[in-house]
Design a protein around this ligand. Structure first.
Ligand SMILES: *Cc1c(COP(=O)(O)O)cnc(C)c1O
Length: 452
């Protein structure tokens, strides 16, 4: 029995899988934030390169990965697929647990899978600088890594609570040559507006996005890059699930359960869309696909499926998605990368249609699962990835009850080597299990944009 299944570089997928081709009904179009009319490619041109706008709207099933992008991806891809045999033994489960390990990328998560192609297409279209937001710092350091390889500049607005909790992510961005600014900042109108209302705000992804979009829209040589949520980001991440499918085939296995954690939804999309496509089209109708989120920011389990802004200031297109309201500021939980009020429109549609099944966990049980994983498999995972670990353990324990030998696949989205302050807080008993902040969410949902 193999512990890890590796592919050769030559076996790395040459195309991304676009699940839009297999949706029974097309996605509801994004709307222009000012007019409420469907956004046109021209509306998006001030902040995105043409090719990414094309991919965003494409319904082609497969899109070629450019050779220069593939060449860079081989720095760490194909990533290994592990069989978690020691975890299985500790849980005394008949289930077979496999995980895709995305922590092998230089910044340590799945995010470079899209940072590299995004930087590439922007450079191809003459852009010299990218502006972006980051939560836990994973995306900022990934885009900083990508822009350094393409000789571009990079400005990162980092959610203040994470900027303070995770100083080393900021240092990593500096090593890659990017500028990292705590958000909200005084540099943008959106930042000044939020600070005026609440000077002590921990910040949020929604605020940081407003700042980065404003920066990009007001500079000609600068575009905006988003690390999650959008269709083209989910598309780029499908290299994960496609590789996993090839690797499982080597083990003559196919998953009964596929699991990923959801912040904006991109790593979940990456691991699950190649399988969700086979579920929708009837090839494998029975796969259980589980999206795991924090109970403190329960977008898919408690949000509304409706049109909302992607950011606080209302500068982004209005998207049909599960949302907690664009000005909802989630509690400062340690999985900073999962603190987003919305979710990818594609992931939201699949949740709405019942193709995927969302679940939510509290942070202490999530860290407990992460510690079990570290003490059996050896890897200290990121607090975000720990949500997927927790769900995989729960599914495996359910198999122990029923005696089923299910094949469980989860995405291990990144390492926790910069997250030890969070682990320390967990061991010290200092993590709060925030209750679902029902009043705050209700209030925020009362301020949805008016559309149609
Ligand atoms: C950013 C991040 C996430 C959450 O983002 P998604 O777009 O939902 O994937 C999950 N895990 C890690 C390690 C991250 O860095």
């Amino acid at each position: 029995m193999q512990t890890k299944i590796l592919l050769d570089e030559g076996e790395m997928p040459k195309r991304w899988y676009n699940i839009q081709a297999d949706l029974p009904l097309p996605l509801d179009p994004p709307l222009h934030p000012a007019t409420g009319k469907p956004a046109t490619p021209d509306d998006l041109r001030p902040i995105f390169p043409m090719e990414l706008i094309r991919q965003e709207m494409s319904r082609e099933r497969y899109i070629d990965i450019p050779a220069e992008v593939r060449d860079i991806l081989t720095l760490w891809r194909p990533s290994p697929l592990y069989r978690a045999r020691r975890l299985e033994a500790a849980l005394k489960t008949p289930a077979k647990i496999y995980y895709k390990w995305e922590g092998v990328s230089p910044p340590g998560s799945h995010k470079p899978n899209t940072a590299i192609p995004q930087a590439y297409y922007n450079r191809e279209e003459g852009i010299e600088r990218l502006a972006t937001e980051t939560g836990a710092g994973q995306w900022g350091s990934s885009l900083a890594f990508a822009t350094s390889l393409f000789d571009m500049e990079c400005t990162v607005y980092m959610v203040r609570s994470s900027y303070e909790q995770k100083p080393y992510r900021k240092s990593m961005m500096q090593v890659y040559g990017a500028e990292c600014i705590p958000s909200p900042s005084l540099k943008t109108r959106s930042g000044r507006m939020v600070l005026g209302r609440d000077p002590d705000t921990p910040g949020s992804l929604g605020i940081a996005i407003s700042e980065a979009v404003e920066d990009a829209a007001s500079h000609d040589n600068t575009n905006y890059a988003l690390g999650s949520v959008l269709n083209h980001v989910c598309l780029h991440q499908t290299i994960i699930g496609q590789e996993a499918k090839q690797q499982l085939a080597v083990a003559e296995a196919y998953p009964d359960v596929v699991i990923g954690c959801v912040g904006g939804g991109s790593n979940f999309a990456g691991i699950s869309f190649p399988f969700a496509g086979e579920k929708i089209t009837g090839k494998h109708p029975d796969i259980d696909i589980i999206a795991v989120e924090p109970a403190a920011c329960p977008t898919l389990t408690k949000g509304l499926y409706t049109y909302d802004y992607g950011d606080v200031a209302g500068l982004t297109p209005i998207m049909k998605m599960f949302t907690l309201g664009h000005d909802f500021v989630p509690p400062a939980i340690h999985a900073g990368g999962l603190r987003y009020h919305g979710a990818s429109p594609l992931v939201s549609r699949l949740a709405h249609d019942g193709v995927i099944r969302p679940v939510a966990y509290y942070q202490n049980e999530v860290f407990e699962a992460a510690v079990t994983f570290a003490r059996t498999e050896g890897i200290v995972v990121a607090p975000e990835a720990a949500h997927a670990v927790k769900a995989a353990i729960d599914e495996a324990l359910r198999c122990r009850e029923t005696g089923e030998a299910k094949v469980i696949l989860f995405n291990n989205s990144g390492h926790g080597n910069f997250d030890f302050s969070s682990y320390e807080a967990y061991f010290a008993g200092g993590l709060a299990d925030y209750e679902y902040p029902v009043e705050l969410i209700k209030e925020s949902l009362s301020r949805l944009p008016v559309t149609g």
